[in-house]
Design a protein around this ligand. Structure first.
Ligand code: UDP
Length: 334
């Protein structure tokens, strides 16, 4: 039987490439659309690749028709909170305006299943932690706001076009890498805690900065819900199945419901790497919430999502394997 084609925007990036890998593994053909602004062609392990922008209506329409696309998983976005504070125009353009153009092209071309990468940043500083999906969206940075805009658009569109259904997955802190270290995070300017901790352990940086020691948390450092990339990827496959079978629009948190502080992550990274790297307390980073932990009951009951890698050490081990491989590759290239 021919494989069904799924359009994966941003499929050459960190999360998209893992999902494309899993789509292929489950019998789909991922058609990756990526402009390679931050993604990398080598990350597309399976399926087809189209170089281009999500706001290029004619290209997206042609791709949908040529591949007879069944559903769309939309990752392509800008994702650095701090950068969004200094470059809001870029974030609204990429994450809201271009997403609008993509959704419009999808509607015009009769796409009925749409999975959207949203974020826990839509909650801002939640009143209640773990935060449920019903919590109000009061984002505190342009990144979160730009994603809220797209969630609202999708909601309105799903009401106006009853054949169109979407699932927004609100990611908490995605981390780790492919178990065989074929894929992982590879941003030119890394900003994420785990990557920076491991690169400090590798000697790329003299020290890791700990942003904020005065948060209202047990050890004063910020708390996040770290989820392994493979568990997150699995949620996308379940979301596609749900859209096909249930034909309903939904919003789900993607996290384990377990909070880990920056200090805990640093301690675990030191254990996994065996390197007692330097970590220095610094001021808070603009736009950061003190504590973000998912109430993840809904995705478990509604999608049947069962996390397999809820283990901070395992998450760090996979990322460590990947970081060491990247470093070797960089050396060879020099
Ligand atoms: N963080 C830190 N030092 C770093 C990078 C991040 O202390 O070099 C903190 C950051 O302030 C936040 C947490 O680690 O509280 C997770 O940040 P990350 O950028 O990994 O993800 P975010 O939660 O911002 O999406």
């Amino acid at each position: 039987m021919a494989r069904e084609n799924i359009l994966v925007t941003g499929g050459a990036g960190y999360i998209g490439s893992h999902v494309a890998r899993d789509l292929y593994g489950k019998g789909f053909n991922p058609v990756v659309l990526d402009n390679l602004s931050t993604g990398c062609r080598d990350n597309v392990l399976y399926g087809d690749f189209v170089l281009g922008n999500i706001n290029d209506g004619p290209l997206v329409a042609r791709t949908i028709r040529e591949y007879n696309i069944r559903g769309v998983i939309h990752f392509a976005a800008s994702i650095v909170v701090e950068e969004s504070v200094s470059r809001p125009l870029e974030y609204y353009e990429n994450n809201s305006l271009n997403a609008f153009r993509l959704v419009k092209t999808c509607i015009e071309n009769d796409i009925r299943e749409f999975v959207f990468s949203s974020t826990a940043a839509v909650y801002g500083i939640p009143e209640k932690v773990p935060v449920p999906e019903t919590a109000p969206m009061i984002p505190i940075n342009p990144y979160g706001k730009s994603k809220v805009v797209t969630e609202m658009l999708l909601q309105d569109v799903s009401v106006a076009y009853p054949g169109f259904h979407y699932i927004a997955l609100r990611y908490f802190n995605v981390a780790g890498a492919d178990g065989e270290a074929r894929l992982g995070q590879n941003y030119r300017k890394p900003t994420h805690l785990m990557t920076l901790a491991l690169r400090t352990a590798l000697g790329d940086y003299p020290e890791l900065k700990i942003f904020g020691r005065d948060y209202p948390t047990p050890d004063g450092t910020a708390v996040r819900d770290y989820i392994h990339i493979d568990d997150l990827s699995a949620a996308h496959l379940l979301a596609l199945g749900y859209l096909k079978n249930e034909k309903k629009s939904r919003v789900f948190n993607c996290g384990y419901g377990v909070g880990r502080s920056v200090a805990e992550v640093v301690a675990a990274a030191r254990e996994v790497t065996g390197v007692d790297f330097r970590a220095v307390p610094c001021d808070r980073r603009p736009g950061d919430a003190p504590e973000l932990v998912a109430d993840s009951r809904l995705i478990r009951t509604e999608l049947g999502w069962i996390p397999r890698f809820n283990d901070l050490h395992y998450i760090i081990e996979t990322a460590w394997k990947w970081e060491k491989k990247l470093k070797e590759e960089r050396k060879v290239r020099k």
